[in-house]
Each structure stands twice: as structure tokens, then as C-alpha cells.
Design a binder for this molecule. Structure first.
Ligand code: ZN
Ligand code: ZN
Length: 175
């Protein structure tokens, strides 16, 4: 079966960043990625105490929308998302599943609060998407710092990791 990855904007997301994400997915996983039409942000995902959006609820909604042409989905939002046990998240994926999402919200600030150049913002977005997709392809976090599956808890970590899988993860990646 030919796999196709769907990149789905949830709410307002700049077109260029979606294209950059899709192009990097196609290159890294040798699997075509397409940008799909924008979907609305599910209102029920908003948590007014945290002033953030629940990644799990957005993921559920992605599942309910159903994208028959795509075997795996990466949702992309500009909003700040959270997973209950963490303060914030760059992305979230169902391990070994079909659905993942990423948030651009925290990628457009450096650790010292300064603005990154646009190219760095695009790189970060692509890396988070490649990482979450790795989880969908059943990869776990990797100890190798030169691997896209190395865990990034902070923006400086994300800037250190490369755009590719280490040889071990590459081998584990089952077609
Ligand atoms: Zn991860
Ligand atoms: Zn690795």
C-alpha cells in the first residue's frame, strides 16, 4: 500500500510553514506528504484555566474528521497546546498510531526571548513534525543526540538535533 502523510492546518497557519513541513517529511521518510485544507480549532479543546489548548482533544477531533487518502496525519496549529502532565508541548503523537499534532506557538521565540530568523523557525517546525511522525512510525526517544528522535524539552535542545534519524532508528523504521 502506498502511504501518504497528511499535513492538516488546525486554525490559521501560514502556508509556507506547511509546505516546509510537508517537504521535509517527504525527504526524511521517503513517503509523500500533502497539505490538506484547513480545519477549525475544536472549541472544546480550550482550557480557560491554563489559557492553552488540550492536545489530546485536538487529536481526537483529527481522528473524527477522517482523512481517507492519508495513512498518517500531522495536525499543525499556531495555538499553545498542552498535555496534562506537561506545562506545554511542541508536539504530541499517539505512539505507533496514525495521529499526531504540533504547535508552532513556542517555536518563534529563542530561549532569551528574542525572535529567531524565519529560517530557524521553519527548521524548528519541520523538526518537531519529523519527530512526532517518528513516534507514529513506532520509534521511541533515542539517546543519540544526532537523531531527530532525541527528546527536546527546550528550544535549545531542538536547535541541536539534526533533521534525520540516526542509523539505529533508520534501521528500526519499518516500511
Ligand atoms: Zn517524542
Ligand atoms: Zn536515533
Amino acid at each position: 500500500m502506498t502511504q501518504q502523510i497528511g499535513v492538516v492546518p488546525v486554525g490559521e497557519v501560514p502556508a509556507l510553514v506547511l509546505k516546509v513541513i510537508a517537504a521535509n517529511i517527504t525527504a526524511c521518510y521517503r513517503c509523500p506528504a500533502v497539505v490538506l485544507p484547513k480545519r477549525p480549532v475544536p472549541e472544546s479543546a480550550f482550557d480557560d484555566r491554563r489559557n492553552q489548548y488540550d492536545a489530546g482533544i485536538i487529536i481526537e477531533q483529527l481522528g473524527a474528521w477522517n482523512f481517507p487518502a492519508c495513512s498518517k496525519i500531522v495536525g499543525v496549529t499556531s495555538l499553545d497546546i498542552f498535555i496534562p502532565i506537561f506545562n506545554y508541548a511542541y508536539g504530541y503523537a499517539v505512539q505507533g498510531g496514525d495521529l499526531s499534532m504540533i504547535s508552532l506557538f513556542r517555536l518563534n521565540r529563542n530561549a532569551d526571548g528574542s525572535l529567531p530568523p524565519p529560517s530557524l523557525f521553519y527548521e524548528r517546525a519541520a523538526k518537531v513534525a519529523l519527530h512526532e511522525l517518528g513516534h507514529l512510525f513506532s520509534l521511541f526517544h533515542c539517546h543519540e543526540p544526532q537523531c531527530i528522535m532525541h527528546f527536546s524539552g527546550a528550544i535549545t535542545d531542538l536547535d541541536q538535533i539534526p533533521f534525520y534519524l540516526c542509523p539505529d532508528c533508520e534501521r528500526r523504521l519499518t516500511p
